[in-house]
Design a protein around this ligand. Structure first.
Ligand code: PMP
Length: 277
């Protein structure tokens, strides 16, 4: 069962045209929403970000967010998804191929469940990463379907046996290919400010509010590539990876090579959010 436009239908019944603009131009937006115990986690925040992405690319979501919310809840119920993600995307629609926006096309909403367990091993042990050049466009704050820069970077990481690629733009750490990146030094958390060079992650925002609750100071400032190994701890955040320790970058250990105490504290608080939820 999937959501197609405003209906729940069988996946085999869905029809995507060869001139769908998502397919030809990556002209569309998306969200990945985590489901714990059969309930969507921070759904409103995801739908708000979807609305913002839509506005920034001048795409009209074809129906209200309230209706979309209700359809997604119904999708979760009907498919019996308890642990996993909902992948949601909106294409600008189908029209004869032309770069300029079509007048007649109706944006197409699709969503479907992806069952998956929490990445327990990574959350406990931490992950290895590489750094790579940030070759993406200058509107990384829009959650657009143009993911080639991210896909190339992730592939590079995977080929080196790593979980994530950390982007460097002009010598500054921006974010991961599908995560936000944080460093801890002398008890203070550092992460890139939420501007046009990074996606404003929902989990990033959760981690920042947990830091505030724990009275851990935060500096919303990018760090230089050459300062990476001065960090005591490093971690990444995303809907699917939650708050995940990074223990190695380019083959070199961060701190003592183990997940650090501040990362652990934030992870424990995040666990509580899931349990209470
Ligand atoms: N940055 C990028 C480039 C991403 O693709 C993602 C995940 N979609 C994130 C950060 C993390 O965002 P969120 O916490 O909202 O999943």
């Amino acid at each position: 069962m999937i959501l197609y436009d405003e209906q729940l239908i069988e996946r085999s019944q869905a029809h995507i045209d060869i001139e769908d603009r998502a397919y030809q131009f990556g002209d569309g937006i998306y969200e990945v929403i985590r489901v714990y115990h059969g309930r969507p986690f921070y759904m409103n925040e995801h739908l708000k970000r979807l609305e913002r992405s839509a506005r920034e690319i001048r795409l009209q979501i074809p129906y209200s967010l309230e209706k979309l919310n209700a359809l997604l809840v119904e999708l979760i119920q009907q498919t019996g998804l308890t642990e996993g993600n909902i992948y949601l995307q909106i294409s600008r629609g189908t029209a004869p191929r032309n770069h300029a926006f079509p007048k007649e096309a109706r944006p197409l909403v699709i969503a479907y469940p992806q069952p998956s367990q929490r990445p327990i091993q990574e959350l406990q042990q931490g992950v290895s990463t590489i750094t790579t050049k940030d070759i993406r466009w200058l509107r990384c704050d829009i959650k657009s379907l143009n993911l080639l820069g991210a896909a190339l970077a992730k592939q590079e990481a995977v080929e080196q046996g790593c979980k994530e690629a950390i982007f460097i733009r002009d010598g500054w750490v921006t974010e991961g290919s599908s995560t936000n990146i944080f460093f801890v030094r002398e008890g203070k958390i550092w992460t890139h400010p939420a501007n046009h060079l990074i996606l404003h992650g929902i989990t990033r925002q959760i981690a920042l509010s947990l830091a505030e609750k724990l009275q851990i100071p935060v500096q919303l400032e990018a760090i230089r590539e050459e300062k990476i190994f001065e960090a005591d701890e490093c971690f990444m955040t995303s809907t699917t990876m939650e708050i995940c320790p990074i223990v190695r970058i380019n083959g070199q250990w961060i701190g003592n090579g183990k997940p650090g105490p501040i990362t652990r504290q934030l992870q424990q608080e995040f666990e509580k959010l899931i349990e209470q939820f």
